[in-house]
Design a protein around this ligand. Structure first.
Ligand SMILES: [Zn+2]
Length: 479
C-alpha cells in the first residue's frame, strides 16, 4: 500500500511538475477515449504512457511526445476501460491452462477464485508463482484455497469444522497458508460461523461466500461478511417459511452423504423453490436494509441462473462450443437432457424474475454489486460469460456504466485494491481493455475488444486470437 502510494505520488508529481510526457515508456497508446468508470465521463484524445507494468501518465494527446523506444499503439476511435474482473470463478489445476488464456482474451485481467479441490493452497501458490514469473499468462488471482463448511460438507475438498474451536483453527491455518480470504459455506452452524468471523477479524482476513442456511442475511451482514455469493441466501432471508426450511435443511444435510447426487441436487432445489414461493416483501426489505447498512457486497451470478433456466442458447452456439473443453461440453449436454437438469431449469426459470427484483432492490439501496460468473460450473464459458453477466445486470436495471463498475471499480474497492486497480488513472497498475465502441452506450460493446494491456504487457487483436487458439489447441477439435 505504502509503496503504491509513493509510486503514485512520484508519477503525479513528476508529470504535474513538468506538465510534459514521461521521459521513458514501454508502451504508449495514443488518441484513445478514456472512460472514467467512476462518473461516466469520456475524455477524448488521451495518450496513455505505460512503464514497468504501471500506467505512468494519462495526458491530452496534443501536449504529448513519444519517448524513444516505446511501442506505440494508435487508439484513435477506441475506448479505454480498466481491465475487467470476474469476481467468482473456480479455475485451478488442470482448468488453468484452458481458462486463463480465454479470460485474458476476453479482457479479464483479475479473478477471485472461490474454491479448489485437493491441496488447494499449494495450487494457489503455484498459480501465483507461475503468473509472477511469467511461466504462463493469466489474470491476477485472488484465492481462498478450500472453502470452510460444516458437517457433512457439500463439496469434497472442503475444510470441515464442527465446533467453534475447529472453526478458529481453520481460519488460522488458512490465513497462515496464504489464503487471500476465507470462504464460508452452506452447512456451517451458527456457532462455527460466528467463530470464523471473529477469528478472521482478529487475523485481518476477509470472509466471503455463501450464507449458511443456519445464518440469516441480517446476521451475516452484521457479523461483517464481506461478500455474499449468489442470490439464494437473500431468497432464504426473504422467506416467511424460513424456520421450516432451516430445520428441513438440517435433515436434508444429514441424509446427503447417502444420497445419489441427482437426488441431492433435487433436495437442494426444493428448498430454494420453497423459499421463493414464500417471498415476504417486508422481510425482504429488512434484508436489503441490513446489507445497505453494513456495506456487504453481493455477487448475484445471474448468468448461472439464466443459463440453467435455459441452456439451449449456449448449447447451440458454435462459438461457445469452441471455447469449452469436449469433456465439459458432453457433460453439459447430458445434464441438460437429464431429470436433474430439467428440475434445475424449472426452478431457475421460476425464480428468474424474483432474482432480478432482488438485484434491483439491492442496487437501489446502494449495495455494491460485483460481476461474477461461477466459471467451472455447467453452461459457463471462460470470459464470454462475464460479458453475458454484464448484459444480465443491465437487464436487471443497472445502467451500462453501473454494470461496468461491477467488473472494475467496485471489485477493486471491495477487495481493498482501489489504490492500484479499477480505474484508468496515472499510478495504477496497467490493466486495460481497448474497445471498438462506447460501452456506456451499449454494454455489449465490451465484447468488441481490440486490445488488452495486462500488467503493462500489450496484447493486440491477433495476439488475443492466438491466446484463444492456444487454449483450444490443448485438446483435439471435435468431429
Ligand atoms: Zn461458485
Amino acid at each position: 500500500m505504502i509503496r503504491n502510494l509513493r509510486w503514485t505520488l512520484f508519477v503525479v508529481l513528476t508529470t504535474a511538475c513538468t506538465g510534459a510526457s514521461p521521459q521513458s515508456a514501454d508502451l504508449v497508446i495514443r488518441h484513445v477515449t478514456v472512460v472514467d468508470v467512476l462518473d461516466g465521463s469520456l475524455h477524448q484524445d488521451q495518450t496513455l504512457f505505460v512503464e514497468s507494468g504501471r500506467l505512468t501518465a494519462v495526458l491530452p494527446s496534443p501536449r504529448t511526445s513519444i519517448p524513444a523506444g516505446a511501442r506505440v499503439v494508435d487508439g484513435a476511435g477506441q475506448f479505454a476501460v480498466p481491465g475487467l474482473w470476474d469476481a467468482h470463478v473456480h479455475s485451478a489445476a488442470s482448468k488453468r491452462a484452458w481458462d486463463f488464456p480465454l479470460l485474458v482474451a476476453h479482457g479479464i485481467t483479475s479473478v477471485r477464485n472461490m474454491h479448489a479441490d485437493g491441496d488447494a493452497l499449494e495450487e494457489v501458490r503455484s498459480i501465483k508463482h507461475g503468473l509472477a514469473s511469467g511461466e504462463f499468462v493469466g489474470p491476477r488471482y485472488l484465492a481462498n484455497g478450500p472453502l470452510v463448511d460444516g458437517y457433512p460438507p457439500v463439496h469434497r475438498g472442503s475444510v470441515v469444522v464442527r465446533t467453534a474451536s475447529e472453526a478458529r483453527a481453520a481460519v488460522d491455518s488458512l490465513a497462515d497458508g496464504g489464503a487471500d480470504f476465507i470462504k464460508v459455506y452452506d452447512s456451517l452452524t451458527l456457532e462455527s460461523y460466528h467463530a470464523i468471523l471473529d477469528q478472521a477479524r482478529r487475523r485481518g482476513i476477509a470472509v466471503d461466500g455463501h450464507m449458511p442456511f443456519a445464518v440469516s442475511p441480517t446476521e451475516a451482514a452484521r457479523a461483517g461478511q464481506r461478500t455474499v455469493e449468489h442470490l439464494t441466501g437473500i431468497a432464504l432471508g426473504c422467506s416467511s417459511d424460513i424456520d421450516a426450511i432451516r430445520s428441513d435443511y438440517v435433515l436434508y444435510n444429514e441424509r446427503m452423504p447417502q444420497m445419489d447426487p441427482d437426488d441431492g441436487l433435487m433436495g437442494w432445489l426444493d428448498l430454494i423453490r420453497r423459499a421463493s414461493d414464500s417471498l415476504d416483501s417486508v422481510a425482504c426489505a429488512a434484508v436489503v436494509a441490513a446489507y445497505a447498512e453494513t456495506g456487504v457486497a453481493v455477487v448475484p451470478t445471474l448468468t448461472y441462473m439464466v443459463r440453467h433456466a435455459d441452456p439451449q442458447p449456449i448449447l447451440t452456439d458454435p462459438t461457445a462450443r469452441r471455447l469449452v473443453l469436449a469433456e465439459a461440453w458432453d457433460r453439459w449436454n447430458l445434464m441438460a437432457g437429464s431429470g436433474a437438469g430439467e428440475a434445475m431449469a424449472s426452478v431457475f426459470a421460476t425464480i428468474h424474475e424474483q432474482s432480478l427484483g432482488h438485484v434491483r432492490a439491492l442496487h437501489a439501496a446502494g449495495v455494491p454489486i460485483l460481476a461474477g460468473t461461477d466459471l467451472g460450473n455447467e453452461f459457463i464459458v471462460a470470459g464470454r460469460s462475464l460479458h453475458d453477466e454484464l448484459a444480465a445486470l443491465v437487464s436487471a436495471g443497472l445502467s451500462p456504466l453501473e454494470a461496468l463498475q461491477s467488473a472494475t471499480s467496485a471489485p477493486a474497492r471491495v477487495f481493498g485494491l482501489s489504490d492500484s486497480l479499477g480505474t484508468v488513472t496515472a499510478g495504477s497498475i496497467a490493466d486495460l481493455v481497448l474497445l471498438e465502441d462506447n460501452p456506456l452506450e451499449d454494454i455489449n460493446n465490451v465484447r468488441k475488444i481490440t486490445g488488452v494491456v495486462l500488467r503493462g504487457e500489450y496484447f493486440d487483436r491477433p495476439r488475443l486470437d492466438s491466446l484463444v487458439n492456444q487454449a483450444v489447441a490443448t485438446e483435439a477439435p471435435p468431429n
